[in-house]
Design a protein around this ligand. Structure first.
Ligand code: 13P
Ligand code: SF4
Length: 304
């Protein structure tokens, strides 16, 4: 039996569903039961019949799956797969800012630790940030950790968004997808539409045809009459796009790679399924406090 057959056999034997983020390596996408963006995978995690969820992604995603399903087992095949941006916002920063702005609502991006989520009023993702800000109780919002998502969201609301921390960002989108990268691709492929993630810097957002979540990019490419697209996000998404939309052409930013997303391998997935190692465990207090902000978001849904 090869490793793929062994993984498929263990899914049955141990009642495990594999959820994988759109940035996962191709071979991991191929064995996933469900692929999605952060929001989609939260919904999927709520619908599963299997008792165990193996999360092929980074830690905050697996934590959200557990927060929403505390009775299930959630496994993260690479325990050191973190989102560096999530680490930029500590509970301490939130608490101090809340003291400064006691009447503000706290809207946090899903890319945050469970301990930070527990201090928030409502969560958002790249698929619904403006909608969520509008739904928040206050007109002043502590928003974090991504300064570029804040910039994008601020264009769509009259509410006042205050960044927490002052300068949070994703190194892949903020540092590796520069205006010159997308302009170079545009000059080589003048008919291609430019789709970028809201974690990209404002100068990249402003030259894009659309600013979207990763599932939003899949959706717009599938319904659009256009044939060619430049994809301004982590390049793993292009594998899914090419698989699902074989008649369209996608151009990636070659060096836009999230190292933590690529730490997940078939060998680690197999090992984790077999042994049950790398179980996500969170204190009950945090699990309970983080659930309401996540569920508030899920009740609102998706914009793009
Ligand atoms: P999406 O929810 O749009 O997939 O984004 C998640 C992420 O980590 C972006 O870097
Ligand atoms: Fe975090 Fe950026 Fe990687 Fe997404 S691409 S998981 S935001 S480091």
């Amino acid at each position: 039996m090869d490793i793929i057959d062994k993984i498929n056999a263990l899914k049955e034997e141990k009642d495990i569903a594999i959820l994988a983020h759109n940035y996962q390596p191709p071979e991991v996408q191929d064995i996933a039961d469900y692929l999605g963006d952060s929001l989609d995978l939260c919904y999927r995690a709520q619908d599963l019949e299997e008792g165990t969820i193996l999360f092929a992604g980074v830690k905050f995603m697996a934590e959200s799956a557990l927060i929403l399903n505390p009775e299930k087992t959630v496994l993260l095949p690479e325990p050191n797969a973190y989102c560096p941006m999530a680490a930029m916002l500590t509970p301490d920063i939130i608490t101090k800012k809340k003291e400064q702005y006691p009447d503000a609502s706290v809207v946090l991006y899903g890319n945050t630790t469970a301990a930070s989520k527990a201090l928030s009023d409502i969560i958002c993702t790249s698929a619904n940030a403006a909608q969520i800000v509008e739904a928040a109780d206050s007109d002043t919002i502590l928003f974090g950790p991504d300064k570029n998502l804040l910039h994008w969201t601020q264009q769509q609301t009259d509410k006042t968004l205050i960044p927490i921390p002052d300068e949070g960002y994703c190194y892949v989108h903020n540092l590796l997808i520069r205006p010159e990268d997308v302009l170079h691709l545009k000059s080589r492929h003048p008919d291609a539409k430019l789709l970028v993630h809201p974690e990209c810097i404002p100068q990249v957002q402003s030259i894009a045809d659309n600013v979207l979540s990763t599932n939003g990019m899949l959706k717009i490419a599938s319904i659009s009459s256009e044939k060619e697209f430049i994809i301004g996000t982590e390049k793993g998404l292009c594998y899914r796009l090419r698989n699902e939309l074989p008649n369209k052409i996608f151009y990636e930013v070659e060096h836009a790679i999230c190292a933590d997303m690529k730490k997940v391998t078939l060998e680690k997935i197999y090992h984790t399924m077999k042994t049950g190692d790398n179980k996500i465990v969170l204190p009950e207090k945090i699990l309970d406090a983080a659930r309401e902000p996540l569920e508030r978001m899920l009740a609102i849904g998706r914009k793009n």
